[in-house]
Every structure is written in C-alpha cells, then in structure tokens.
Design a protein around this ligand. Structure first.
Ligand SMILES: Cc1cc2nc3c(=O)[nH]c(=O)nc-3n(C[C@H](O)[C@H](O)[C@H](O)COP(=O)(O)OP(=O)(O)OC[C@H]3O[C@@H](n4cnc5c(N)ncnc54)[C@H](O)[C@@H]3O)c2cc1C
Ligand code: SF4
Length: 514
C-alpha cells in the first residue's frame, strides 16, 4: 500500500534542474508542486515568448518528473483551484492534503525569497529551504570575496573563479599565458567567418498562448504559436549547447561585440534561457565548451574559449553575487537622479534611429538581443537621454527571454545605467555614434549622420553624449576613467559646445519624435 505523502516540495518556474538531488529517486512520501500564477505573469509586462517558454518548459518538466515516477501537482493558469499566488496555493494545499513538511528550493529573486521566508513563518508545519544546486558560487561568496573593498572588480573575481574551479588553468597560471584576450576579441564583423545558421526549435505552444490570452494577461512582442524557437526541455538545451560548441564557438570571442543589421544572433550561444531556468547548468556548459576547444581540429583559438568561459564563469556568477550583495538598495538606486519617461519607440521600434530601430524590433520579434545591443544601443540611449532607471529596468525585465531579476537588475541598473554610482562599472557605459559606427553597419542605412554633432540630421547619440557629461560634471569629472572626456570637451570651441548642447536639448525635448 502506498503511504500518504507527507512532504510538499515547491519547484519554481526557473528551477527546472533535473540533475538536482531531490530527483535521484521517486519517493512516495513526497509530492512536488509547480504552478503557473498571475503573480508571476503580472509583476511586469512580459514578452509573450517569455511566458510561453516558461510555461512550456515547466509543463515538460512536470511530465518528465512524472515519467520518472515522481508525484507532481501541476496548477495551470486556468485551473479552478489556482489561487494565482504562490503563498495562497501552498497554504491551500497544506490545508487540503495534510502535509507534515514543506520544502522549497532557494529562489534566485529577492522578491520570492522574501515571500517564501514570510510564508514559512505562518505555516503550521516544519519547513526547509534547499540549495538549487545550480550555481558555482553561493549567494554570499562575492560579498565575502570583496569584503572591505569599495569596488567590486569583475576581473579579480573571475581570476579567482578560474583558480577555484581549475578551468583553463596550467597549474597556477592561465592557459595561453594571459587572463584576458580582449584585444583580439571584440572586433566588428568583417565577413571573414561565415555566420552559422541558428539552431531554432519549433515548439508548438498554441495551447499555452490560448490560455494566456483567455486569462487576459497583458504581454508584449510577437510569437509564432506553432514555432517557439527557444529550447524548453533539457534535451533541446543540450542540443543547442552541442550546436554552439561545435559550430559557433570557433568565432565567438572575435565577434562577441559585433552588430549587424541583417542578423540577430551572430555568434552568440542563445543559451541564456536554458541556463536561467536551470535546464542546464553553468559547469556543464563550460565543460562542453572546453572539451570542444581541446578536441577541435583545426584548433579553436584560445581567445574564443576564454571569451566564452569569461561570460559564464565570470560575468554570470559575478552578477548573481552583485545582486545578493547590493539588494535591496540596488533596486531603487538612481545615482544620476534621472526621471525621464521611456520613449514610446521602446515598445514599437518606430524610430528613425536605425540602431535603435534594429535592436528594438529584433527584441520584439525574438525576445532576444545580444549583450552589446542591450548595453551600447538601447541601454546607452536610455542613459544618455536621462530615462528613469525604474522604467528602464521594467523594460529589460519584460522584453527578454532570459530576463529574471537576479541577472537583469545588476546588468541594467549597475552596468548599463550606472545607477549604483560605480560599485560595479568603473565608468558609465555610454558612447557617441563613433562606437556604434565602428562596431556595426547600422549607421550606413540611417537618416541621421553619425559624423554630425549638431544641425539637421545630426546623430542624436552625439549631442546627447556630450550633454550627458556636461549635465553630470559634478558627479563624474573626478572619475579618472572619464577625466579625458572633460578635457576633450573643454578644449572644444565655445560656439561648438553651445550648438551641441542646444541640439541635445532640442532632441531631449522631443525624444518620441526621434
Ligand atoms: C542591460 C542589460 C540587461 C541584461 N539582462 C539580462 C537578463 O535579464 N538575463 C540574462 O541572462 N542576461 C542579461 N544580460 C546579459 C547578456 O546580455 C545576456 O546574458 C546575453 O545576451 C544572453 O544571450 P546569449 O545566451 O546568446 O549569450 P552569449 O553571448 O552566448 O554568452 C553566453 C552566456 O554568458 C552569460 N552572460 C554573458 N554576459 C552576461 C552578463 N553580463 N551577465 C550575466 N550573464 C552573462 C549568459 O548566461 C549567456 O547565455 C543583460 C545585459 C545588459 C547589458
Ligand atoms: S547614425 Fe546615430 S542613430 Fe543612426 S544608426 Fe548610427 S548611431 Fe544610430
């Protein structure tokens, strides 16, 4: 006779880690619960592909667990028993089914962490949080590593991680003799390496879309309901990883900062969704890449593999540590006291600025833009234009397939908007059109002139760039990494400066018309 289950275990939508020790063997004492809730669909306005991908991945994961013999309660969005809140659903299940213990995997978001900690205080039964067994670091590791330091330098954390995990190390030295190959990497696309066709899946999510629409969930962006391109199962994620390491990795580092009008993915892995919902884990991604690098003939250059390892072992773990070190203050930080509204074209892509048009329309179409499009196009513009970081955050949190607050917030607030005042980035990531022209072909087909700083057809990035530095002189002039900028500006002819600032103000007053 089966015993009555006594332990209720919660699995959140971004905790789809089949390798977790919870799932080693089925246990009659345990019931897992997964839920699609309005609490999660509504905390920001999400891209339709993002909700569909999460629900599809969750449903597949629940089926997978059942096929392995586990007991799973799955609450769909339109289930009549669904209270639409994680707390209320858990309370209801505990009342109904008389569990004697509640366990949950540690959430990665501050909001959910606080919610679950508050919930367990109210429960009449024992409860226990359990590690999600995904990351290479604990929540507190980065804060401990930088204890007493004013700045949290990624580079030193990354080198420590390489040594800790013995990745690309030759005893105590970095393989290839250097920690950083940035000089070789980060080139504009020169058409020397053909861009591999992307591996796109064709997941049918039409039933999910129907449910989302029936329930009146507000979303943004486009979707092909029969062809969701993102990996929603572990098998698909592994296939994508395999495709990446064998066909894309050989040119990853070289072109990781390049942008091209005619292509939305270039040499990027598009693994972030699978990683962030834990279908695959960072160590297996790194190991697969390193193994491919070791085995590939002709050899993959060291700068390609180092560039990729840096993203996962360095940036991803670093951002997670920053999140836990700086939350909850980070969420409301606004170093420049920016208050502007997000221009309407962020929601439509309707702008004559070709770089913005391309980056935004691609984001609406695929729920994806690569790092430099996020940092140096849409983020750059928002910072130069003085947009309220809350609005910028909301946009990034909604629009991208991989957007979960623990990774979105430090990237947006700290890296892109410099809202923390420089604990993470040593200087604001802003640029004039010169950088965009150098790294992309966007300017070639733009009605604005990337060389002009003022006057008819002058590129808005140019005047807004100088206006940004002038506006924030008091906050930035002493920063050694931007001092040079002020010297260049101050040396400029006075009448030039006046014209540039007047042009910036004209654009600033009419952002929606750009
Ligand atoms: C303003 C802004 C917002 C961002 N928001 C998110 C977000 O919500 N979710 C998210 O996963 N990433 C975010 N990033 C980081 C980065 O843009 C994405 O991880 C990357 O574009 C995902 O595409 P990919 O998988 O093809 O990455 P690749 O270029 O192939 O890189 C491989 C992997 O490295 C990791 N990685 C690379 N850069 C970063 C980084 N800066 N921080 C954390 N991980 C990194 C990702 O897991 C990524 O899948 C943001 C960056 C900026 C500038
Ligand atoms: S000219 Fe300016 S607005 Fe146009 S694509 Fe280049 S940087 Fe963007």
């Amino acid at each position: 006779m089966r015993s009555k289950p006594s332990i209720l275990r919660l699995i959140l939508g971004d905790q789809l880690n089949e390798k977790h020790s919870w799932f080693k063997q089925p246990n009659d004492d345990v019931i897992y619960v997964m839920m699609e809730v309005r609490q999660e669909t509504d905390y920001t306005r999400h891209h339709i592909q993002k909700i569909a991908a999460f629900f599809s991945a969750m449903r597949s994961f629940a089926e997978r667990l059942k096929s392995l013999g586990h007991q799973v309660i799955y609450l769909r969005l339109d289930d009549p028993d669904n209270r639409q809140s994680i707390t209320e659903n858990i309370q209801y299940l505990i009342e109904q089914k008389n569990f004697s213990q509640f366990e949950y995997l540690l959430p990665d978001e501050f909001r959910l962490d606080a919610q679950l900690r508050a919930l367990v205080q109210t429960l009449p039964i024992r409860s226990q949080p359990v590690d999600s067994e995904h990351f290479l670091t604990e929540r507190q590791d980065l804060a401990d590593f930088f204890h007493g330091k004013k700045r949290y330098l990624m580079e030193s954390f990354y080198r420590w991680m390489r040594k800790q995990h013995d990745i690309l190390m030759d005893h105590n030295n970095p393989v290839g003799g250097k920690w950083n190959f940035d000089q070789k990497n980060r080139q504009a696309y020169d058409h020397k390496a053909p861009i591999p066709s992307p591996l796109l899946f064709e997941n049918d999510v039409s039933e999910i879309i129907h449910g989302i629409q029936n329930e009146g969930v507000r979303t943004l962006g486009e979707i092909q309901p029969h062809q969701l391109i993102w990996s929603v199962t572990r098998d698909q994620a592994l296939e994508l990883l395999d495709h990446f390491v064998n066909t894309v990795l050989p040119a990853f580092g070289t072109y990781q900062d390049a942008m091209l009008s005619s292509n939305w993915h270039l040499f990027h892995s598009r693994l972030s969704f699978a990683l962030n919902c834990k279908l695959i884990d960072p160590l297996e991604v790194i190991q697969a890449a390193v193994e491919a690098w070791e085995a590939q003939d002709p050899p993959i250059e060291i700068q390609q593999i180092e560039g990729f390892v840096r993203q996962i072992l360095g940036w991803r773990e670093y951002m997670r540590g920053i999140y836990w070190a700086l939350m909850p203050k980070l969420e409301s930080s606004n170093f420049f006291a920016h208050t502007g509204d997000l221009p309407s074209f962020y929601w439509t892509g309707s702008t004559a600025m070709n770089c913005m048009h391309k980056a935004i329309t691609q984001s609406l179409q695929y729920a994806y833009a690569h790092h430099i499009q996020r940092l140096m196009i849409t983020g750059n513009f928002a910072l130069l234009a003085g947009i309220d970081p809350n609005a910028v955050d909301d946009w990034y949190l909604g629009i991208y397939i991989d957007a979960i607050q623990w990774v979105e917030l430090p990237n947006t607030r700290a890296m892109s908007q410099f809202s923390d005042g420089g604990q993470v980035a040593t200087k604001p990531y802003v640029s004039s059109a010169r950088y965009i022209h150098a790294m992309s072909d966007y300017c070639e087909n733009c009605i604005y002139d990337w060389k002009k700083r003022h006057g008819d057809g002058s590129c808005p990035f140019n005047s807004l760039y100088w206006d940004f530095f002038e506006r924030h002189r008091g906050l930035l002039q002493k920063n050694p990494r931007v001092g040079m900028m002020y010297r260049t500006w101050d040396r400029m002819d006075r009448s030039q400066r006046k014209k540039i600032l007047a042009q910036a103000h004209a654009y600033q007053n009419n952002l929606n018309a750009l």
